[in-house]
Ligand binder design. Sequence first.
Ligand code: SF4
Length: 495
Amino acid sequence: MASHLLSKSSFIKGLQCEKHLYLYKYHYDEMDELSDMQKAIFKRGTNVGELAHKLFPGGTIAAQGDPPNYERALKRTKELISSGAKVIYEAAFMFNEVLSIADIFVMEKGGAKLYEVKSSTSISETYINDAALQYYVISNLGIRVKDFSIIYINNQYVRKRDLNLEELFSTESVLELILPLQKLVKENVDRFKKVILKKKMPDIEIGEHCYNPYTCGFFNYCRKHIPEDSIFDFSGMHLAKKYELYRNGIIRLDEVPEDYSLNKNNKLQLEVHKNGKPLIDKKAIKNFLSDLNYPLYFMDFETFQPAVPLFNNSKPYQQIPFQYSVFLKKNKNSEADHFEFLAEPGEDPRKKFIESLLKVTIGKGDVLVYNKTFEITRLNEIARDYPVFAYEIKKLISRIKDLMVPFQKKYYYAPEMKGSYSIKAVLPALVPELSYDDLEINEGGLASIAYESLQTETDLMFIAEIKQQLLEYCKLDTLGMVRILEKIEELIDKK
Ligand code: SF4
């Protein structure tokens, strides 16, 4: 059996950029390593796909393994269809050297119905292109496709006891959208096959297309010529403007002309970069500090967002707080006391989380967080889901102040921050001795994945290890806030 030249995923890569398609085929080893976050997203997609199989029970899986043995999957699909199978999961088809694996293939009287499962909460243009390619392959094999639908997650679903798959998933026919695309699909298939058969790397420069629909897997490969401190470090600058500079040969920050029109923040970023010294607005910092009331609580939450709601009274992708770290400083010169909470995996953490947090933060004094929208939104969600705590939560929210303000408003800005005011950018600039480098879990996204992975974990040693890593990470984030505040207090005290 002839092997395939294109697949659904290489077709989508080709639509993004012919060079992406070429590199994927011939320089796979140059691809950026998948981050743990990306791996978790893929795994989530597989899990959701398997769950959606239950909407059409009694089927048989044709393509097994990761990656599957395509030849065997094609043969198995053929056999299953010939033997009158009604439902096939991961059904494999090939036409014109294009391979397509359909998530769910349902044979009915008068033709087949196809279902593609996505773990997102809406239908994107990429999903339509993906479906259009599948329709092209399957219909050209002489199979009448009666309908083609995308199954995705209904983010309005609220779990009540057992999962209700009919409510969790939304199913929407896209047949009317993919039929008019068939001519274009054929043209693109022919174009992409030529790219692959020519075996010559397409000469394509980096540009806005590298980010859309996904950040390209060869992002770093194509950017080897971009130096440190480039115009791509401009914070908040529109991509089109960065590429306007790039296409005009202005790549290093130092090369940006004096009279080039920049907004206030980027102008300041450039000035500080050129001077190499931090900018400190002592008066503004003093005003910020004078508004803080001791005892001061430094508070940070970690959350996870299961695609399929695990707990009663929660929605898909709802951010569920499972951990907090709080440092308490009674006055400016006192040592900070530490309090923490980490929920046992496998149970709904919200009630114990809020009970513990309210106990620890009870009383007077401001509560400092870094980016208050996040913590306040989570607290309001708990108040909504557990109204019995609403009054106490409201009181806690009224005490929250944001340590991000002095950095967001550029009262303090250092070149190392590269235009960012996230705590991960501020900490190395102000408190370089505190570093995330030695931590296994060193960012919120990883904490979230790690905790989610514990939900089905049975290895007690592994659970204990991850819990320890989570505690260390959340503690460092909060300790970072304590030290940042001390540093800006010192800056003001200095003559
Ligand atoms: S990084 Fe950009 S230019 Fe390079 S292959 Fe990917 S999309 Fe194409």
